[in-house]
Design a binder for this molecule. Structure first.
Ligand code: C2E
Ligand code: MG
Ligand code: MG
Ligand code: MG
Length: 282
């Protein structure tokens, strides 16, 4: 422990802050070029039906193939993009790429279950329905092939704006999943007015089942409520057979997690679908 002067501490903190700011700036400027340099990828993680053991859909998850750092996951860059309008560009890319891929699979004669894409809060505004419609039309993809995953914090931030936007998307034939359910602050009174087709139980609760009583109680409450509201229930982050058995017993409709598969690249995912893989539910 040294006798650091106030000035010294200031210097120390400010250089650390500078480093963080410059790392941040570097990601931001590299990310700006990532789209044009074709460095972004979508990976597809299967969602497995607990009724049939078959793949019921996939979640598209963004990856950045960084020229020096290799494959980066969203935790390493999405928050940076969300601070600027960059997230809008990334969001457009994701939407377009998912539809392009769906069209490519259809052209190859494949019947592929729906793909869900994640939306950031900034992407959801009055212009979203038109953007989605144009993108679907551009690739001649039926709206039933696309799901949108949103978070409860997004809904709660501005329910008066978000509600009509979601209603319009659902009227167009898309379905809406509420992601990371239970981790934010939501008013159930608001939620019941929203056209949510699917509830996704966050991994934070799935982790503790079947051993942690509180996680079990929360998972059960979410399933019970979702069923009453006629929503489809998906549990994410399922890693063990014990978790699967418990969530199945509760009445979840679909499971997503490493127990079945990590996110796959498009070709590998297509192979799973083409083989009509049945996943063991015991
Ligand atoms: P999310 O939407 O809740 O996605 C689920 C995350 O859990 C994914 O992480 C997935 O790889 C991971 N996961 C799935 N199964 C398991 C499991 O069994 N164990 C563990 N430990 N993890 C599992 P990923 O791909 O790193 O994405 C993290 C978050 O980044 C996503 O959470 C989503 O909020 C965001 N994200 C991903 N893609 C996009 C995108 O295209 N746009 C936007 N705005 N956000 C995205
Ligand atoms: Mg998601
Ligand atoms: Mg999630
Ligand atoms: Mg999550």
């Amino acid at each position: 422990v040294g006798d650091q002067t106030e000035a010294g501490e200031c210097l120390f903190y400010s250089s650390e802050m500078n480093q963080r700011a410059s790392a941040h700036f570097r990601i931001e400027s590299e990310l700006r070029q990532a789209v044009s340099r074709n460095e972004l990828r979508l990976f597809y993680q299967p969602k497995v039906s607990l009724r049939t053991g078959r793949i019921a859909g996939a979640e598209a998850l963004l990856r950045w193939h960084h020229p020096e750092q290799g494959l980066l996951s969203p935790a390493q860059f999405v928050a940076v993009a969300e601070e600027t309008r960059l997230i809008l560009e990334l969001g457009d890319w994701v939407l377009n790429e998912a539809c392009r891929q769906l069209r490519a699979w259809a052209d190859a004669g494949m019947v592929v279950p729906p793909v869900a894409v994640n939306l950031s809060a900034r992407q959801v505004d009055e212009r979203l329905p038109e953007l989605v419609e144009k993108t679907l039309n551009r690739h001649r993809v039926p709206p039933s092939q696309l799901k949108l995953e949103i978070t409860e914090s997004l809904v709660m931030r501005n329910p008066e704006m978000v509600l009509p936007v979601l209603n319009q998307l659902v009227a167009m034939g898309l379905s809406i999943a509420l992601d990371d359910f239970g981790t934010g602050y939501s008013s159930l009174a608001y939620l019941k007015r929203f056209p949510i087709t699917t509830l996704k139980i966050d991994r934070a609760f799935v982790i503790g089942v079947p051993h942690e009583a509180n996680d079990c109680a929360i998972a059960q409450a979410i399933v019970t409520m979702g069923k009453q509201l006629r929503q489809e229930i998906v549990a994410e982050g399922v890693e063990s057979r014990e978790q699967m058995a418990f969530l199945r017993e509760l009445g979840c409709d679909q499971l997503q997690g490493y127990l079945f598969s990590k996110p796959l690249d498009a070709d590998e995912y297509a192979r799973w679908v083409a083989e009509d893989r049945r996943l063991p539910l015991q």
